[in-house]
Design a protein around this ligand. Structure first.
Ligand SMILES: [Zn+2]
Length: 421
């Protein structure tokens, strides 16, 4: 490594206490859906402390609503926003970059399974504990402090770099898309999701849908003339499991090492109000993965066909078919070549800092990479810290891996944007 690059990694080390403190301040904000304001404010302050001018990328703009990647939501987007701030170039001739991280977290439930308050960040034994510590507030801190390290080392960059702190990564992907629609794009984009020191080269598509159906309410005395909506749900869930099996029967080679890479998750069910009454209404909500070969429209049609065919085989559902509604995620899957200059540069930075080769990662969930790869121009991948129990109780992130991620990102900036001394 060159002397200036060494100075950069030393600058990251000198900033590590501040980086941990920033991650803790983010974790202290319970930024579940609809309650992201506190985390957005912490991020905006941090952007300002870097000397940047953050922009609110609106989630309720007509341009976003009309975008083909926009996911419709039953909740209002009015007044909601994601954040983007660009550090202008200090010179010429470099390539631009975006560092993107999401500020939203999934629910802390089941709360009673946590060993401590999920929103009271705790540093202990080299780990930072708390909801969102891994997914992905440590990553947000790492990418932010990579830029801070450039400044602390007294260096400049020959191309602009944009920091994005977005919401709705966990449910729609609309936040990252809002930044793109607001005009933020670059030659490369990196997302420090907590997948460790790997290069993400493919990810599945993901969609959400809700199935609603009606039965016939009866007292249990006359249960035989009722139609139990919960049992009909079970029947349709089995049919959807069949669809999941058919999708996974045709696994592309990059996902072949995972048993069920295109997962169906039945996430919620609502029905019934009395043990002695046959329930007359029910609805359940699902998440289904699908491979990059399939478009969202094809996957949605496969769900409709599956439910139709099951309904045709049932005496009640044939005349009272279930309704299916698609909302939230409708994210296309994608693949990128590891040989793209930005991806191979991340690998090289990792190799120069650790002596290790980065492995390739085929992701069985979606990330905001979709926004860059499917709809933008950036060469984009994930490379990030090491976390445990994301989306589960007792989430935690390895602090050294966060600091390490910041070093890789700082080195990437030096080599991709170009240093101005
Ligand atoms: Zn995440």
């Amino acid at each position: 490594m060159e002397k200036s690059e060494l100075a950069l990694t030393q600058a990251v080390e000198s900033l590590q206490d501040e980086m941990v403190d920033f991650a803790c301040r983010l974790v202290a904000q319970p930024s579940v859906l609809g309650e992201e304001d506190g985390a957005l404010e912490v991020m905006e302050q941090e952007m300002k402390s870097l000397g940047l001018e953050p922009v609110h990328a609106p989630m309720d703009s007509p341009g976003l609503a009309a975008h083909p990647g926009f996911a419709p939501t039953p909740w209002s987007q009015q007044g909601r926003y994601s954040l983007a701030a660009t550090r202008p170039a200090d010179g010429r001739g470099g390539k631009s970059a975006i560092f993107n991280g999401h500020l939203d977290v999934v629910s802390q439930e089941p709360l009673e399974r946590w060993e401590r308050d999920p929103y009271e960040p705790l540093v202990e034994g080299g780990w930072l504990h708390g909801r969102g510590a891994g997914d992905m507030k440590a990553g947000v801190a790492a990418m932010t402090y990579a830029i801070k390290a450039v400044q602390k080392a007294g260096l400049g960059l020959a191309a602009p770099v944009t920091l994005e702190g977005v919401i709705e990564e966990e449910c729609t992907g609309n936040g990252a898309l809002a930044c793109l629609v607001a005009g933020f794009d670059a030659d490369a984009a990196l997302i420090p999701e907590p997948f460790g020191p790997t290069i993400l080269t493919s990810q599945v598509g993901v969609m959400w849908f809700k199935v609603s159906l009606t039965g016939v309410a009866k007292h249990t005395l006359e249960a035989s003339s009722g139609v139990n909506a919960i049992e009909l749900c079970c029947y349709l869930m089995q049919a959807l499991r069949g669809l999941e099996a058919r999708i996974n029967a045709d696994k592309p080679v990059d996902f072949a090492h995972v048993a069920t890479p295109a997962q169906l998750n039945i996430g919620t069910i609502n029905s019934g109000d009395w043990p002695s009454t046959v329930p007359a209404k029910a609805e359940f909500q699902c998440r289904l993965g699908f491979f990059p070969e399939m478009s969202f429209e094809q996957a949605a049609q496969a769900v409709r066909d599956c439910l139709d065919q099951a309904a045709q085989k049932d005496a009640w559902l044939r005349d009272n078919p279930p309704e299916v509604e698609f909302y939230g995620f409708r994210s296309q899957g994608h693949r990128v070549s590891r040989d793209l200059p930005a991806l191979s540069l991340v690998s090289q930075c990792h190799k120069d800092l650790s002596g290790q080769e980065a492995s390739e990662y085929a992701c069985t969930c979606t990330t905001d990479l979709r926004s860059f790869v499917v709809y933008g121009r950036a060469q984009a991948t994930c490379f990030g810290p090491v976390a445990q129990n994301i989306h589960s109780p007792n989430e935690r992130v390895d602090i050294n891996s966060m600091i390490y991620t910041a070093k890789v990102y700082a080195l990437f900036l030096a080599r991709w944007c170009g240093l101005v001394q």
